[in-house]
Design a protein around this ligand. Structure first.
Ligand SMILES: C[S@@+](CC[C@H](N)C(=O)[O-])C[C@H]1O[C@@H](n2cnc3c(N)ncnc32)[C@H](O)[C@@H]1O
Length: 357
């Protein structure tokens, strides 16, 4: 289940901002969108970002840069070994963890579309709990009619195209470092809503998209082809927390092609995690410590010390976000709106001091 807020909730199909009617021929997708002007804008939908800066009032010691107990040391004096049991065992001097870790590689080619990678043509085919999203299909993907594929779960979490495009075009101007970061990693790639927008923006040398569900990733690759940007995206089928741990602590376990594209210093992380847990819609102020399966602290620790952009529920607790500000720095928070209502709060968290150039 994804971040279910993403799509406008109360718009019937007749009110949909679709720019063409079924039966007529929809416009063709862009042919070489990576070359398009950075200022290209989504058509027709009003988005009103409101930004503000928040900073923590009291300093908070950063924690968690250690390796989560990976460097457990045994004190020889504590081990009581009977002399008779000592058998010299000669083993190669390798850390056990390195023996276990296989190399994390990008997807080689395309993952096959599965029975879960669906394209609905008619509302009558659509499960009832997805029908309101289907009515918004052209707001989700402009080129829906060009065989866009989604798993049933992905409908709930995909970032609508106008919002994803605006966010992608805003990002570099909001970022804090010079020289500019060259790589963006979409940690929760899903069916490609944000990933495709990042590639279309033409602002990044490398766009990396990580997704742990094979069918969803197959949809993302297919959808990126529809938008003409598949060749500009590096897809990883895996766990983004595992990827981050490797990047920070075991870079040698990443495929050389990934190490070449992505380093701690020149990368921005984008995280649009699932928003499960206590229903944020029920709360006036959403307690980000209750977000599941990854709460704010878990995400921040995993992403630090790199610059990271968090796509969060619109009612997220600003005080909790402010506490993430590195010493002496501010966090920019932007409300992204569609049809006059906020759909998400996006927090831009600077790199920790040692990473800022
Ligand atoms: C809210 S959706 C992201 C939607 C995406 N931004 C889009 O526009 O299509 C969250 C996605 O993260 C994936 N996911 C959850 N935990 C993950 C993890 N640890 N590593 C990689 N992907 C994960 C889920 O399978 C789901 O597809």
């Amino acid at each position: 289940m994804g971040n279910e807020q993403s799509v406008p909730e109360d718009i019937s199909e007749s009110e949909s901002p679709a720019r063409w009617k079924e039966g007529s021929t929809p416009p063709r997708p862009p042919r070489s969108p990576i070359k398009r002007a950075a200022s290209s804008r989504p058509l027709g939908t009003i988005i009103q970002p409101h930004s503000s800066r928040v900073s923590k009032r009291t300093s908070k010691k950063r924690k968690g840069d250690k390796k989560n107990g990976r460097e457990l040391m045994l004190d020889e004096k504590q081990i009581d070994v009977p002399e008779t049991s000592i058998e010299p065992v000669l083993e190669p001097e390798q850390e056990p963890e390195q023996i276990k870790m296989s190399i994390m590689k990008p997807v080689d080619g395309k993952l096959p579309l599965t029975d879960e990678c669906l394209h609905y043509d008619d509302v009558l085919e659509v499960p009832s709990n997805l029908q309101k999203y289907f009515h918004q299909r052209y707001s989700i993907f402009n080129f829906y009619d060009h065989d866009i594929r989604l798993t049933n779960d992905a409908w709930f979490g995909v970032t609508p195209e106008p919002l994803a495009s605006r966010l992608a075009s805003d990002l570099p101007s909001h970022l804090y470092s010079t020289p500019r970061r060259t790589t963006i990693v979409d940690l929760f790639g899903g069916a490609g809503g944000n990933t495709i927008a990042f590639a279309l923006s033409g602002k990044w040398d490398h766009v990396i998209s990580i997704e742990r569900d094979a069918s969803t990733l197959a949809c993302a690759q297919h959808n990126a082809e529809v938008y003409g940007v598949a060749e500009y995206i590096t897809f990883i089928h895996g766990d983004c927390l595992d990827f981050l741990d490797r990047l920070k602590n075991h870079p040698e376990t990443l495929d050389p092609s990934l190490r070449e594209k992505c380093s701690i210093d020149d990368t921005v992380l984008f995280a649009s995690p699932p928003w499960g847990g206590v229903d944020y819609k029920e709360q006036e102020v959403f307690d980000l410590s209750t977000m599941e399966p990854y709460n704010l602290e878990v995400l921040h620790q995993a992403c630090s010390p790199m610059e990271h952009v968090l796509y969060l529920p619109r009612t997220s607790d600003l005080r909790q976000i402010a506490k993430l500000a590195p010493e002496g720095e501010q966090i920019e928070v932007v409300q992204y709106c569609m049809e006059g209502a906020s759909k998400a709060m996006v927090a831009l968290i600077p790199a920790a001091a040692s990473q800022t150039t």
